[in-house]
Design a protein around this ligand. Structure first.
Ligand SMILES: NC(=O)c1ccc[n+]([C@@H]2O[C@H](COP(=O)([O-])OP(=O)(O)OC[C@H]3O[C@@H](n4cnc5c(N)ncnc54)[C@H](O)[C@@H]3O)[C@@H](O)[C@H]2O)c1
Length: 424
């Protein structure tokens, strides 16, 4: 127990998990009273898997008609959302939908969340950035992730690219949390290595970042009556703890051998548990700086998180020492000396990033030394994340983190004898 906690915990209304659990969906749709839905996915799933045809046929057998939209792409833009809204509304004519289903990675789930907002009224996506009026009709969402993962099946937000200024914008509201998160690890078995690595590091980042974020007792809710994010508490930390342990055990394995069923299932659980943590606690510097890196490099979400995570951990050694020691033990650092164990964590995480084939410095991402100041400025501008970084001097720390990430410098490394450094 943490006596100061102020818990505000939100999750999807139903979480259905397990290998093969997708077979339960048609009967569940019928039970929930749904009769006509939109299935949002991309061409990989309509062209290379039987899942879309199977679901459409089984749903029909249960009295539920599904229209398929397979125009999803990685990192959807607000422009794509508007084009998809117009195309679907034209196909529907006067017929009304009563639910939306997403099949895919975080990108398709986010596009589907956006369509839950735009389809009922046909308004452009921009109308919902910032805040969403209390009376706004929002279609219920069934989210089926095929990566492990972004955790978007459990979060209140859709992350979209704004093509006008090349940044990502968040559309946030607890009413966007899926009514059903259906996590069938079998969907992830076809993930290519790079997608597995990106998504796996994203899950680890969610778990670690939310485990170390600002306490709920100190979190500024800004007067929000129904906050999406509200700081860490004992409940979110429970999920983060288990997610970090599972990532330590299965992330590398799932990347090295995509047919390793236990590792795939382990990472599906790790991803959902991480989302049940960060989906209420929130995130901070890794994502804040990663968004700024992605704005310049257009590298994937997982890659930009991966490059920043070790350096942010390195910067938290003074304020989150006990929690970093817990992470060290979850990652099976065996050194008994707690100072050395804590100092091992950033280096271990960086070795893991390298072992799954992702870049470990900002230089390797194509960031020039002359870009550093602007990058720090852009990252600090994402105030909803910067304000949750649990240090007294956020701007100075962001600056140091970016400089270290550019040069590949870990302060903690100097405290760890070379023979004690190893991959998680
Ligand atoms: N809303 C949120 O809470 C949240 C959180 C984190 C990330 N995100 C967003 O999620 C996106 C990243 O999502 P992602 O990492 O899941 O990747 P993705 O959804 O962008 O998919 C990447 C590629 O992998 C393919 N793919 C996905 N699953 C596959 C499978 N099982 N087999 C074969 N190919 C497959 C897709 O077709 C796509 O081409 C980013 O846009 C990011 O901003 C959202």
């Amino acid at each position: 127990m943490r006596v100061e906690d102020l818990v505000y915990f939100c999750a999807p209304a139903r979480l259905v998990m397990g290998a093969g659990c997708r077979a339960q969906l048609p009967a569940l749709l019928h039970r929930l009273g749904y009769r006509r839905g939109l299935l949002v996915t991309d061409r990989f799933f309509t062209g290379a898997t039987p899942w879309v045809d199977e679901l459409v046929a089984d749903a029909r057998a249960h009295g539920v008609e599904l229209l398929v939209y397979d125009g999803g792409v990685p990192d959807p833009t607000t422009t794509l959302c508007d084009a998809a809204t117009a195309a679907v509304r034209e196909r529907l004519g006067s017929v009304a939908l009563d639910h939306v289903i997403a099949l895919g990675g975080g990108s398709n789930i986010d596009l589907a969340k956006a369509l839950c907002l735009t389809l009922p009224g046909g308004k452009p996506m921009r109308a919902f950035i910032g805040s969403i009026d209390a009376g706004t009709p929002i279609l219920p969402l069934v989210a089926m992730p095929t990566t492990a993962g972004t955790g978007s099946e459990a979060t209140p937000g859709a992350i979209l690219v704004d093509p006008d200024n090349a940044t990502k914008v968040a559309v946030m509201d607890n009413r966007l949390r899926p009514a059903v998160a259906l996590v069938d690890p079998e969907f992830t078995y076809t993930c290519p290595q790079r997608v597995t690595a990106d998504a796996g590091i994203d899950a680890l980042t969610h778990a670690i970042e939310s485990y170390l974020t600002l306490d709920s007792a100190s979190f500024d809710l800004g007067g929000e009556a129904d906050p999406g994010y509200s700081g860490r508490n004992a409940l979110t930390m429970l999920f983060a703890h288990e997610s970090i342990r599972l990532c330590g055990r299965y992330l590398l394995r799932s990347c090295q051998d995509g047919t390793d069923r236990e590792a795939r299932i382990g990472m599906s659980y790790a991803s959902v548990y991480a989302a049940l943590s960060y989906g209420s606690a929130g995130l901070n510097a890794v994502h804040g700086i990663a968004y700024a890196v992605a704005g310049r490099t257009h590298l994937s979400h997982g890659t930009t998180n991966a490059v920043m995570l070790p350096y942010v951990l390195d910067a938290l050694a003074d304020v989150r020492r006990e929690d970093l020691l817990a992470i060290a033990r979850l990652l099976e650092v065996s050194d008994r000396d707690p100072d050395i164990a804590v100092a091992c964590v950033p280096g271990m995480v960086r070795e893991l990033v390298a072992a799954v084939g992702l870049p470990t410095t900002l230089q390797a991402c194509g960031i020039g030394q002359g870009d550093i100041d602007a990058l720090v400025r852009d990252a600090l501008a994402v105030t909803r994340l910067a304000k949750a970084f649990p240090v007294p001097d956020v701007a100075a720390r962001y600056g140091a983190i970016v400089r270290n990430a550019w040069a590949g410098t870990l302060a903690a490394e100097t405290q760890v004898p070379a023979q004690q450094r190893r991959v998680a």
